[in-house]
Design a protein around this ligand. Structure first.
Ligand SMILES: [Mg+2]
Length: 230
C-alpha cells in the first residue's frame, strides 16, 4: 500500500542554532517594532501564529494584513540566507534524518514531503542548509495557511494533483516532534509518529498516544517498519 510520509522540519528533520537572530531581524524589518521569538514557545506553531504571540505577550497592538506576511516571508528568507552565509545561524540535519530520507526515496511504496509551520521560502533555505532538499516533494507550509491543522490535507492534495493518484487519509503519516503535529494529524484522520528530538522527550510525547513514538530517527529499518505497519 502506498504511503505519503509528511515530515515536520524543526525538531524532527532539522535543528537550527541561533534561529532567533534572523527571525527577530525580520520582525523588526517588517513591522517596525522589535519582537523576540525567545519570549514564546514556538514549537509546533506556524510562523504567523508565533509572531502574533510575540506581540501579544509584549502587549504590542499591531494591525497585520496579508501583505505583511508576504513581506515578512521575504525578509525572513533574506535574513536567514545571510545569517547562514555568515554562519551566525546554522541548520543541521538531526541524526538519522538523511539516512532515513535516502532509504525512503529508494522505495516505490513511499513518497515523502514536508508539513511545516515555516513559510515555504524559509523551509527551502533550511532544507538546503541541512542537505535534505533533494529527498522531499513540495508539501504544505505556513504560507498556505497560518492554521497548522489545515496543512496536512493541503500537502495530500498537492501530492495527488502532482501524481494523478489518490490516497485515503490513513495512508498519510505525519512525523513530528510536538503534540501540535499529532493534533494536526488527528484532525485530518492521518497517522502520526512523534520523535523526541525537539523540545519534548519521547517519554512525554507518549502520553498523547501517537501511533508510534521514537527517541530519534537513527534506526532506519525500525522507522521504515513502523511506517509499513501503520
Ligand atoms: Mg517541530
Amino acid at each position: 500500500m502506498e504511503k505519503l510520509i509528511l515530515f515536520d522540519l524543526d525538531g524532527t528533520l532539522t535543528r537550527t542554532q541561533n534561529g532567533y537572530l534572523p527571525f527577530n531581524e525580520a520582525i523588526l524589518e517588517t513591522f517596525g517594532v522589535g519582537g523576540d521569538i525567545r519570549s514564546v514557545i514556538p514549537d509546533g506553531n506556524t510562523d504567523p501564529h508565533i509572531v502574533r504571540e510575540i506581540f501579544a505577550k509584549a502587549n504590542i497592538e499591531i494591525g497585520i494584513d496579508s501583505g505583511h506576511w508576504e513581506q515578512f516571508a521575504k525578509n525572513l528568507q533574506r535574513s536567514y540566507s545571510r545569517a547562514l552565509r555568515e554562519a551566525t545561524t546554522t541548520v543541521h540535519a538531526l541524526p538519522g534524518a538523511p539516512e532515513l530520507l535516502a532509504a525512503l526515496s529508494t522505495k516505490t511504496e513511499f513518497s515523502q514531503g514536508v508539513v511545516t509551520g515555516n513559510f515555504e521560502v524559509t523551509a527551502q533555505v533550511k532544507l538546503e542548509a541541512a542537505g535534505l532538499n533533494s529527498y522531499l516533494c513540495r508539501g504544505a507550509y505556513a504560507s498556505d495557511s497560518p492554521h497548522r491543522p489545515d496543512l496536512p490535507r493541503i500537502a495530500k492534495k498537492r501530492w495527488e494533483r502532482r501524481t494523478g493518484k489518490s490516497l485515503r487519509d490513513e495512508q498519510c503519516v505525519i512525523v513530528g516532534d510536538t503534540p501540535k503535529d499529532l493534533d494536526a494529524a488527528r484532525q485530518n484522520h492521518m497517522k502520526c509518529v512523534l520523535v523526541g528530538t525537539g523540545r519534548y522527550p519521547w517519554e512525554e510525547l507518549q502520553y498523547w498516544k501517537p501511533d508510534a513514538c521514537l527517541a530519534d530517527l537513527t534506526d532506519t529499518l525500525e522507522v521504515i517498519n513502523i511506517f509499513l505497519n501503520l
